[in-house]
Design a protein around this ligand. Sequence first.
Ligand code: ZN
Length: 144
Amino acid sequence: MCRNERLFCRCGRNSASLLFRDNLLYPEILVNLYCPLCRDQAVWNGATMLRDCGWILEYDLEGAQALLQQSVKAAVTPEFLFDEGYLSWQGFSPGDLDLNTALHRRLAPLIEKDMPLYLQSLKTEWLKHVAELKAAGWRKAQAA
Ligand SMILES: [Zn+2]
């Protein structure tokens, strides 16, 4: 079971949909979330932080280590927590969940008219979105 949660950044002007893989970590492990508008408030520390397209995630690594030690053998780093999805974007970027919801809503009228077209459109538009994220440099989209 994975949990999703929406957290606001430090300045409160943006929020991110976050994924908690296997429900092992909890939102407090993300000590700070900085959006592109408030990232200047962050004092960069590569040992606890991860940068992604103007956003900065700051983790409580000791807390994460304590919670993961039963189930995880690897060294717990910000990159590990992020890339393995233990505390990461839901999808490829902070707004992916919203975008996906909006996309389904926009295409929903097609469901009754033309199901194959609906499915094809969903797929095409989503892949286009992912390609854009990849080009923009979003970390999780690079492997997509
Ligand atoms: Zn902000």
